[in-house]
Design a protein around this ligand. Sequence first.
Ligand SMILES: [Zn+2]
Length: 161
Amino acid sequence: MSLTASDRPRFWRALGDTAKVYNHALDDDRREHYWRALQDLDIQQVEAACEAAEKRAGTGNCRFFPLPGTIRALTSESTSIQRASVTAMTQAALKQGDVYCLGCDDTGWAPTIDGRVVSLLEAVKRNARHVRPCSCRASNHIYAAKKAREPKIGQSGGDRY
Ligand SMILES: [Zn+2]
């Protein structure tokens, strides 16, 4: 991932908002240098780092308007914090036998009858025989953890969802 021309408005806004918090004058020339120095990041990372910089303004490595290297450091910090909290949430949920998605019991497969997704209860009652990938997959941390734990079986065919 990297910054693309269409990210420019968001980039300007993120950097501009941060500059306001630091009471920092950001001219076009300087913005252009930041744009180039942070080319390889993606826009979400830049926005998250700028947000972190705003929250920490006046402390630690954010005593002054962050230099590109500081923004970069804030980026990896916020990603690892996110990752750590997702992992912790997942572990806690798995320990409790908790279910994140009531539509598929975290299997990633939602039961269907006549092509329509039905509740697990209805599926049992009416003996549903078909499934389709559950819509929770993209956001279900437990499903993702289970998926990661599965042994890899061969390289051909199989589950492409
Ligand atoms: Zn689900």
